[in-house]
Ligand binder design. Structure first.
Ligand SMILES: C[S@@+](CC[C@H](N)C(=O)[O-])C[C@H]1O[C@@H](n2cnc3c(N)ncnc32)[C@H](O)[C@@H]1O
Length: 452
């Protein structure tokens, strides 16, 4: 069994995990691994062609024209024209499939490729520090292999249009994590029509599932596609119990679970994540996935991303000063990315920017708590004290490939398939999916937690 905890891992795995220290969140390591990979799934000739050194051609050409004598000026002009044409073809390769509707051409020309996928100006991407800087076992190469396998599975999903539920990126993330960890029990809080239950089932065909959701997914069957699982215990309808009120001792006993580190819990219930983490810790669970890990100033519940957004983290902490670099960058990016927020939206009176305008939102934004900056700061210190691993799922592919226009790629991890790698995108089967399935990315996060 592969549940990646210090209690259940093999000694080799344990050593590997301990050795992987999270030295740089935005380093080139993963991208490099993918670029160096010779596998069919990862090799991408567009990348290599794009990087042929120009000096190689110019040196060869100069030598040749020198030998040609008086003909060289005409040939020189011809050569320059050809060079220009080649350069245009290779540099525009990633725009081959750009839709005129989502304005990504203008996005690209406005920010340049770097602006699409690198730092949020000088502000970076906030993240949560873990106790010992441990990170996950899997690499970009594993994710690419997983993608190749998952695309055909996703195409068979029973709920084709899962509006208000998970799209492709998070479905892949959940499937990948569940399959990697191989838990003895999977649990979800927030099932809606059952798409996430179906994803968990694809990852682990024999493993029992527990689903906590107020409305039973079978209710949706009357109106259209839904998924009800045969090996799932539903706490739904009149049997619904909130995650925080379940008698876990009793439920685990009933499922024959003695080691809680072999249970994977998936939260897609839009509750304050700090509340859920405390409840999970009290129950003794270790492996959690949060589907909606909203960025600061957005979303309907207080998220890990928001909690860890602090001045001492690179990319964290914000300025509400109207003439700041941040204000300028934000208003520029907001023109192109639907979910980007400008300084007016980010900051409430009193310059409260943390959470959502100084509030810790909860329960689909139905119950909110104003919090002071010092409470917000204490929350992050608490989270850091119990985090063993914090891993944000990267978007599956860059926006010029997926045509997504909602989340700002500069506030996300670098994508698994980078912009410009159309060949790879196509080989993985991702061109077969409709663009709309890529629009739901909200930094899904996998956590390992334990009390100190
Ligand atoms: C965004 S949907 C879940 C989408 C689903 N995971 C999917 O992949 O399609 C949120 C769900 O959480 C449910 N919900 C609301 N309050 C909840 C609670 N306290 N505990 C568990 N689920 C809750 C809602 O009824 C809704 O079905």
């Amino acid at each position: 069994m592969h549940l990646a905890t210090s209690t259940s891992l093999s000694p080799t795995h344990k050593t590997k995990m301990l050795e992987r220290v999270l030295s740089s969140r935005r380093g080139a390591s993963h991208a490099d691994e993918a670029a160096n990979d010779d596998d069919e799934a990862t090799a991408d000739e567009s990348k290599t062609k794009k990087h042929l050194p120009i000096s190689f051609f110019t040196t060869r050409a100069t030598n040749y024209f020198t030998r040609m004598g008086p003909l060289w000026p005409c040939l020189g002009v011809l050569f320059l024209v050809l060079l220009l044409i080649f350069s245009l073809i290779f540099n525009s390769r990633s725009f081959v499939c750009v839709s005129p509707y989502n304005n990504s051409v203008s996005r690209s020309s406005y920010f340049g490729f770097d602006g699409l996928e690198s730092d949020f100006g000088s502000l970076g991407v906030p993240w949560c520090r873990s106790k010992h800087g441990k990170t996950v076992e899997w690499t970009t190469k594993d994710l690419l292999k997983g993608l190749e396998e998952f695309v055909p599975i996703y195409e068979t999903r029973p709920i084709k249009n899962n509006m208000y539920g998970m799209g492709f990126d998070h479905s892949f993330g959940l499937w990948f994590i569940a399959r990697w960890l191989k838990p003895d029990l999977m649990m979800e809080s927030g099932a809606f029509k059952g798409h996430s239950t179906w994803v968990l089932r694809q990852a682990m065909p024999e493993t029992p599932i527990i689903s906590l959701t107020p409305r039973h997914p079978e209710k949706y069957l009357k109106k259209g596609p839904a998924y009800v699982d045969g090996n799932c215990t539903y706490f739904a309808g009149k049997d619904f119990v909130d995650f925080g009120s379940v008698d876990w001792g009793k439920v685990m006993k009933k499922h024959g679970i003695t080691d809680l580190s072999r249970v994977l819990i998936f939260f897609d219930d839009h509750q304050n994540e700090l509340k859920r983490i405390r409840q999970a810790l009290d129950a003794g669970f270790r492996h959690l996935v949060f589907e909606d890990n909203y960025d600061t100033g957005t979303g309907d519940h207080y998220s890990l991303r928001q909690i860890c957004d602090q001045f001492y983290i690179r990319g964290g902490g914000h300025s509400c000063f109207k003439d700041s670099d941040e204000a300028r960058i934000r208003s520029k990016r907001k023109k192109f990315w639907e979910k980007a927020v400008d300084i007016e939206e980010l900051c409430a009176p009193g310059e409260a920017w943390w959470g959502v305008r100084g509030y810790a939102r909860d329960n689909f934004n139905h119950s909110n708590q104003p919090i002071s900056y010092s409470e917000h700061f204490q929350n992050s210190r608490f989270v850091e004290s119990i985090l063993d691993v914090y891993w944000e799922l990267p978007p599956v592919a860059g926006p010029s490939l997926t045509h997504q226009s909602r989340y700002d790629p500069a506030r996300a991890q670098p994508p698994i398939v980078e912009d410009g790698r159309y060949g790879l995108f196509q080989r993985l089967g991702l061109t077969r999916l409709e663009n709309s399935v890529f629009n739901g990315y909200t930094q899904m996060v996998y956590l390992q937690i334990s009390r100190q």
